[in-house]
Design a protein around this ligand. Structure first.
Ligand SMILES: Nc1ncnc2c1ncn2[C@@H]1O[C@H](COP(=O)(O)OP(=O)(O)OP(=O)(O)O)[C@@H](O)[C@H]1O
Length: 875
């Protein structure tokens, strides 16, 4: 009994799952073994060259980007100031501290001795000469630093090091200016700080940093003393002197001062050194809670600084009786008033940093707390130097990334913009000229000499507002209100300040100053507009980068596609070669095909009784991915079975390649069944029309997997078949759906017999011939209703059978290596049935010629058969 469609589907599913079900009456036909899918070229490329990950959207960079200066401001500033170069080198000044008094006394004593000895007479002239040379050497070694000119110095090692030849004199040049020991504070200010202040007054930010070993005069230079004021007091005087010269004070100045200190090495802390200042915190490079004090007079500011210096951490060391233990930073911020329209965006900051000097343990004799402080000081100095060194190397070789050393200390975090070259900075190196300071001096000069080559390109001007400045600007108006209400101090940054009072726009401004009340939503809007404009530019740049990346990715994708295409072409060529090679070798050995996992063509004619059962499985070449099974149960007349094709075209649809062997079973009627392939994955069963004792079944089956099993005969079939009749089960057929190559059932031999099995194939073919002979004789059987209805087809098929027999005999004599599909053979045979002739005959009938009745019937059958073939797309 035939299995129903559900069973067939289940079977197909099982086969797809890799568990083919064996059917007793079928032979499993295995196609090519499943091959592991090769990695596509794209996958290979992806493995070999993983695409560069697209970096995330640099939001932080955009937020931190610098807003270009307003052209208005540029024009205004340029009109009022000297044009500054686009790029300028880091200015490095050197100040040599005078020798200490005891050293001076020593040298003076030596001179006195020499002079006194000069009065001794008589003297040995040779001895006098030697003494002179020694004195010269000694004199030279008292001051290890010799100033060559305004821009260079020579560092001479002390005698002990000279004699041991461990070091030589070194010349350091390229300084912006070298201040000798006699240089006064005013001179230093005039050459070093005054330009900075001038720029500051024009709205340009800048920073002055003092570097040098402990006791070298940094604090002295920066702050000075009441008698000898340093750079800060002089700068304040300069600023307010300039402001006072103007008819209308247009700007406001704020001063903030804080220190970074590590108490007992526990960690860096920031303290506000203003009057009521406390500990500060840093968030995202911004100091929170730092108070700015509005300053309107130089004296007021100087007193604030003096007060702050009293709060600064200092200690007595062997190197300095007033050694600074913290990094002190002073900010003087200049803010344009609202009436100064052109300078609206100007918000310059002058920063002066007095760093604690590096200390040598041997020199300072530090112990305990002092030693811990020294470690912090030295570490900060080292990080500061590393930042500048990294900036220098990055500028010299852009391929070298700019190392982010500034993360390693609070000081460098705060001065990040300066240490990354975004803001201008001026370095002041202070050294001591004593021979005992030779190591400290040479270390500093060696370290700082390359810094002179650091360039500041596109220096950020104060009008350029970045994220940090925006925070300050946001609180600017509030500071102004505070200024009028609390003139002494105001908080400038961050949350602390915002918590103290409402936002500027939340309440009316203080009434005391009309200018302060003007501010200015329009100006803020203008500022915001500029910021947004630059933000858009930054986004545009980022999008351009992404577009470039996308383009490159598309190109890569295109290349991979081409590779895939080439691979496919190569694959098809190889497949074609493989097919050809298989065709050529199929005649050699049947086992070869089995090993090649090709499709087996199995035909078995089985007797129902099993007494005369003979089963033969044949394997022949195939290039297809599917196969057709044909079950054939033949009754008394095989030819009737052929006529049982109830639907025209079924025979042609079954691309019968070969029936290897037929063996009728004893006592069973033969029922012919054809299982053939359709072009889809479904499993179809077509029952042909039964007539008489014969019954035909056509099972249309497509196997997408590697095996197909023969179907069982249904019980109904068994009942319909005669027990005496042999049952033939003929399986199976294979077709090539792609190449439309069909192989005739009787296209033989497929290969030269080289073994007993092959000979058995030949014998099977002979039996096929006999079977066809029976088919041809079947027309003599008494017709049934079905048979009568297909009378015309039977007649045609009879003719076809006879022609097939002749074809078989001819092909047996001339074995063909090329396999022809069954459908093509059938078509050829049908075309040989003179369809055109029939048409001509019908035409002739129109001309009055009579034709036989049988001829007329045959003509109609041929035409209908041709239509059937066309309808099944075999043409
Ligand atoms: N150019 C100078 N002329 C006269 N005295 C000076 C000069 N430079 C420094 N001194 C004196 O030297 C001493 C040490 O100077 P200063 O405290 O400025 O050193 P420093 O570099 O700040 O040391 P530290 O790093 O330990 O703080 C002070 O008493 C100061 O008066």
């Amino acid at each position: 009994m035939f299995e129903d469609d559900g069973e067939a589907i289940n079977r197909n599913r099982k086969m797809e799952n890799g568990s083919p079900v064996q059917c007793p009456n079928t032979v499993t036909v295995r196609r090519n073994p499943p091959r592991r899918a090769r990695a596509t070229p794209a996958a290979k490329a992806a493995e070999s060259n993983p695409p560069a990950a697209i970096s995330s959207f640099p939001l932080q960079e955009i937020l931190a980007m610098e807003v270009p200066q307003n052209p208005k401001d540029n024009s205004s500033s340029s009109s009022s100031s000297v044009q500054t170069p686009l790029s300028e080198n880091l200015k490095v000044y050197l100040r040599v501290r005078p020798l200490q008094l005891k050293n001076l006394k020593k040298s003076r004593n030596a001179d006195d001795q020499n002079s006194r000895s000069g009065h001794v007479w008589p003297q040995n002239p040779q001895k006098k000469k030697v003494t002179k040379e020694k004195n010269v050497k000694k004199k030279g070694c008292d001051a290890c630093v010799t100033i060559n000119d305004d821009h260079s110095v020579t560092v001479c090692p002390p005698m002990t090091l000279q004699e041991s030849r461990r070091s030589k004199s070194e010349v350091y040049e390229g300084f912006s200016h070298v201040f000798s020991t006699e240089s006064s504070q005013g001179e230093v200010y005039g050459k070093m700080v005054s330009p900075l202040v001038e720029d500051f007054l024009k709205g340009k930010s800048g920073m002055l940093t003092a570097l040098g070993p402990s006791g070298s005069g940094k604090t002295h230079t920066i702050f000075g003393s009441p008698r000898d004021p340093g750079m800060v007091p002089l700068a304040l005087q300069h600023i307010f002197r300039t402001e006072s010269s103007d008819s209308q004070p247009l700007r406001s100045y704020y001063l903030s001062i804080f220190e970074i200190y590590s108490e007992k090495g526990k960690g860096e802390k920031m303290y506000d050194l203003s009057a009521d200042g406390g500990e500060l915190t840093m968030q995202q490079y911004t100091i929170k809670g730092l108070k700015e004090v509005f300053i309107s007079k130089a004296g007021e500011a100087e007193s604030l600084v003096a007060c702050a210096m009293t709060k600064r951490a200092t200690a007595i060391t062997n190197a300095n009786s007033t050694s600074s233990r913290s990094q002190c930073i002073i900010n003087i911020r200049r803010v344009a008033n609202q009436d100064e329209v052109e300078d609206t965006l100007n918000c310059a900051v002058l920063t002066i940093a007095d760093l604690a000097g590096a200390e040598r343990e041997k020199r300072t004799g530090n112990q305990g707390t002092r030693l811990l402080e020294a470690n912090f000081i030295n570490n900060t100095s080292m990080v500061f130097g590393l930042c500048l060194r990294s900036l220098f190397e990055h500028q010299r070789n852009p391929k070298k990334p700019l190392q982010k050393h500034f993360h390693n200390s609070l000081l460098t975090k705060y001065l990040r913009d300066y240490l990354e070259g975004k803001k201008r900075m001026t370095l002041m190196l202070t050294v001591k000229a004593g021979e005992e300071d030779y190591l400290d001096t040479t270390y500093l000069l060696r370290q700082a000499s390359p810094y002179m080559k650091i360039k500041f390109n596109n220096v950020v001007e104060p009008s350029n507002i970045n994220k940090r400045q925006l925070q300050t600007l946001f609180t600017f108006e509030e500071q102004k209100r505070t200024k009028y209400s609390v003139p002494e101090a105001c908080s400038t940054e961050g949350k602390g300040h915002q918590e103290e009072g409402p936002l500027p726009h939340e309440e009316p401004l203080v009434k005391t100053d009309c200018k302060a009340t003007k501010p200015s939503h329009s100006k803020m809007a203008e500022r915001n507009h500029l910021i947004m404009q630059n933000f858009a530019k930054a986004i545009w740049q980022v999008l351009k980068q992404y577009r470039d990346k996308l383009k490159s990715a598309e190109n890569e994708n295109q290349n991979l596609r081409e590779e895939i295409k080439n691979e496919k072409i190569r694959y098809f060529e190889l497949e074609k070669q493989w097919k050809n090679s298989r065709c050529s070798t199929c005649s050699n050995s049947k086992e070869d095909y089995a090993e090649a996992a090709s499709i087996k063509v199995v035909t078995s004619f089985e007797s129902r009784s099993g007494l005369d059962e003979h089963r033969f499985n044949g394997v022949h070449e195939t290039n297809t991915n599917s196969f057709i099974k044909v079950k054939e149960s033949d009754g008394s007349s095989p030819c009737e079975d052929i006529n049982n094709f109830s639907e025209p075209g079924e025979v042609e649809e079954a691309h019968i390649n070969r029936v290897d062997e037929t063996t009728p079973r004893n006592g069973c009627k033969t029922v012919k069944k054809f299982m053939y392939e359709e072009a889809d994955d479904c499993c179809l069963t077509k029952n042909s029309t039964a007539f008489g004792t014969l019954q035909s079944r056509i099972l249309v089956k497509y196997d997408s997997c590697s095996s197909v099993e023969l179907d069982k005969f249904s019980e109904q079939d068994e009942e319909s078949t005669s027990p005496e009749s042999p049952s033939q089960e003929m399986s199976f057929i294979h077709c090539d759906a792609h190449e439309c190559e069909t192989q005739s059932v009787l296209d033989t031999p497929l290969y030269q017999p080289t073994s007993e099995k092959s000979e058995r194939d030949i014998s099977a073919l002979n039996e096929d011939k006999e079977f066809l002979a029976k088919l041809s004789d079947s027309r003599h059987l008494p017709p049934t209703e079905d048979f009568a209805s297909s009378q015309e087809q039977k007649h045609n098929i009879d003719v076809h059978c006879s022609e097939l027999r002749a074809d078989i005999s001819s092909k047996l004599e001339k074995p063909k290596r090329r396999l022809l599909p069954a459908s093509s053979t059938l078509l050829r045979d049908f075309s040989n049935m003179h369809v055109e002739d029939d048409i001509e005959v019908s035409k002739a009938n129109r001309n009055g010629k009579k034709s036989a009745k049988g001829e007329k019937i045959r003509t109609q059958g041929n035409i209908s058969l041709m239509r059937m073939l066309k309808g099944n797309h075999l043409f």
